[in-house]
Ligand binder design. Structure first.
Ligand code: WT7
Length: 656
């Protein structure tokens, strides 16, 4: 965050209570009601979650024990049997929702498609049967590398249906990144498309799969299922690659949902951390189903008449929990959009709101800031009166952006839910409830019922009001990540050992700094580790550094986030070269392209500064704080007495 953002957040005093009309129709309609739920959950967490699990989900077999907690390993609804795809589809078919729109899809070139619950169920069954035909069994893993088309959701639900786990890999990741993720998870099948449409361009996907799999690059993969989308000419490897439409034609529309153990692996989703290799975040079935269901229901005050739209990509946790599983488990109508605002169509989001009468709109602060730049005349020229709730996620929202969102998009009448959560938490942790909570611009307000959050120092002691500290969670919750795929030790080390209370309590540390104000509101201030947030996408600085040093010309690289008005942060790299080579503009471009090849376009450095030495401490640690100051064009702040060679700093200031 920039200094200006931090200062404006610190000064923020305004509060926005829900209007009496909004509160009157909301399912949780006052702070008293919120407090009652919160206290009930705190007093008896097992009882609270068991009651909801019984009320809200279908179980083939009831659990024996609500929670088995052997810190840091949790099991929820032990021995319970259920199926997430059943809860998202089958149970709605015996109600009037059978012919209700489950997915409304708006494609980039202007094509569109609506799938009712009955239709979605049929296609999911067909894809599940195709999986079986291709040899995928319960417990196998399917890699999904897709554009934003209904088949992406269908592919996920088909996995859940037969008990195969999925690993969705964002379509913007490169062949290298795709390969690393498929290898780590031992994927048997890859579901992809010829390509997708993104901002007036065709993004090829199948060629990246070919590259990842060439020379038996991922030996576990036997088959590739390809959805036709862009009609580009692609290579189809005989015996390995199959067109979805060919196999769909012969597939039965009936496929029973496999009763899964509550703790069976549901999916892996890779996310960046402080060390080089992205980690596979593991989510399991029962707890994830319940928590995404209930957070989606209460935070968005879901009604059967809602048209709910989350603008995320299914490749991220937001898409998993709040485009696919949360909304469908509730029988809601979820809108999926392949497009994005762009110079040739800057008003496209508002056209979609108007076209479908969207009532709930959920997006990221970076998108809001980009929309502000495009101008108010765009939303003002459309009818946005259908909107009743707005949401934001991904990074702290600056109060100016919040106010614009509230005034211009929400017409001053829509509550804004600022939801703080992570890939690891599965669902919302801090969030307003729109009919109850008086919001403050820039604050994610209060913990969801059942979430015991606190702000502490390194020893786990709560800090005073308005004092910054580490944001921790003190009690397990149903959709918490279970482990790092294949690496329990890394799970323990990464999340449970940074904050070490004397009494041995286990605290989950999220990686964020936060403060709580005198009214008890939480204000998330951003990451305190080496993770940067570029347009709401999380990147490990080490990950980008490893990509840079894998280039033969690079000796050492240090990557930091530089504040950016729209993106939040962008990637700034300091690089020392092998030998006596001087950095040229051409080499900088080559290195940027190299990072795109290794990771994907989201990691492309916006600037590379060549230097013959890095500022280091006497023990050889790169002083990143100094580099962050330099990247931001600020004077180097704070203590520099541990710097080994002071002349390095002067040279860096001068630039390359
Ligand atoms: C990190 C998690 C959860 C889906 C999107 C990103 C930051 C997320 C907020 C918010 C302030 C936020 C945190 C968090 N973050 N939402 N409302 N206010 N910061 O998921 O890639 O796992 O990233 O995003 O820093 O730790 P993710």
């Amino acid at each position: 965050m920039s200094q200006a953002t931090i200062e404006s957040i610190l000064k923020e005093q305004r509060t926005f209570p829900p209007s009496p009309e909004f509160a009157a129709q909301a399912s949780i309609s006052s702070m008293d009601e919120y407090r009652q739920l919160y206290e009930k959950a705190q007093a008896d967490p097992a009882g609270f979650w068991a009651e909801l699990a019984e009320q809200e989900l279908h179980w083939f077999q009831k659990w024996d024990q609500v929670l088995d907690w052997q810190p840091p390993f949790a099991k929820w609804f032990v021995n319970g049997k259920l199926n997430l795809s059943y809860n998202c589809l089958d149970r709605h078919l015996t109600t009037w929702r059978k012919n209700k729109a489950a997915l409304i899809w708006e494609g980039e070139p202007g094509d569109s498609r609506t799938l009712t619950y009955a239709q979605l169920h049929r296609e999911v069954c067909q894809m599940a049967n195709v999986y079986k035909q291709l040899g995928v069994k319960k417990g196998d893993l399917v890699g999904i590398y897709m554009p934003m088309i209904p088949e992406a959701a269908i592919a996920m639900l088909a996995c859940a249906r037969i008990g195969a786990a999925h690993s969705v890999i964002f379509g913007g990741f490169s062949a290298e990144a795709l390969k690393a993720r498929l290898l780590d998870a031992n994927a048997k099948l890859v579901v992809t498309a010829d390509g997708g449409f993104r901002k007036d361009k065709i993004v090829p996907l199948k060629p990246a799969v070919d590259e990842a799999l060439q020379d038996d690059g991922v030996p576990s993969v036997d088959n590739v299922l390809v959805v036709r989308r862009t009609e580009q000419k692609i290579h189809m490897e005989p015996g390995r690659d199959h067109w979805w439409h060919d196999l769909q034609a012969g597939a039965s529309k009936d496929c029973p949902a496999e009763p899964m153990d509550s703790e069976d692996l549901l999916f892996i989703l890779y996310t960046s951390g402080t060390t080089g290799k992205p980690k596979g975040v593991v989510h399991t079935t029962g707890g994830y189903n319940l928590y995404t269901h209930i957070t989606c229901k209460w935070t968005f005050d879901l009604k059967d008449t809602d048209v709910y739209w989350c603008t995320a990509d299914v490749g991220w946790i937001t898409g998993h929990s709040y485009i696919v599983y949360g909304p469908l488990s509730n029988g809601a109508t979820s809108l999926m959009f392949e497009g994005a605002p762009r110079p040739s169509n800057p008003g496209c989001l508002w056209d979609v709101v108007e076209k479908y009468g969207v009532t709930i709109f959920y997006t990221a602060p970076t998108a809001i800031r980009a929309l502000i730049k495009m101008g108010e005349h765009l939303p003002n020229a459309r009818d946005l009166s259908s909107l009743r709730i707005l949401g934001t996620v991904g990074e702290p929202i600056n109060p100016e952006a919040w106010m614009w969102y509230h005034r211009v998009i929400g017409g001053g009448r829509c509550p804004i839910v600022d939801t703080w959560w992570q890939t690891e938490t599965g669902g919302f942790m801090l969030t307003p409830l729109p009919g109850a909570t008086a919001t403050k611009p820039g604050s994610a307000t209060f913990p969801f019922p059942g979430i015991i959050a606190d702000i502490v120092d390194l020893e786990g002691n709560p800090v005073a009001d308005n004092q910054g500290g580490y944001l921790v969670i003190k009690h397990p919750w149903p959709s918490m990540m279970r482990t790092v795929y294949g690496d329990d030790e890394r799970f323990r080390r990464t999340y449970w050992e940074h904050i070490a209370p004397q009494d041995g309590q286990s605290l989950y540390f999220a990686g964020d700094g936060a403060r709580r104000d005198e009214d008890g509101y939480f204000w998330v201030m951003g990451r305190v580790d080496d993770v940067i947030n570029v347009s709401g996408h999380r990147l490990g600085t080490m990950e980008v550094e490893s990509a840079l040093v894998s280039h033969p010309a690079v000796a050492e690289a240090a990557v930091v986030g530089r504040p950016d008005e729209v993106k939040g942060e962008d990637v700034f790299a300091f690089v020392t070269l092998e030998g006596s080579g001087d950095g040229s503009e051409a080499l900088a471009e080559e290195l940027k392209a190299h990072v795109v090849k290794e990771i994907g376009a989201i990691a492309r450095p916006s600037e590379i500064r060549f230097t013959d030495a890095m500022p280091k401490t006497r023990s050889g640690k790169i002083m990143r704080r100094l580099l962050r100051n330099l990247a931001a064009g600020q004077e180097v702040a704070g203590d520099t007495s541990t710097l080994e060679d002071r002349s390095v700093l002067d040279k860096l200031r001068g630039g390359a």
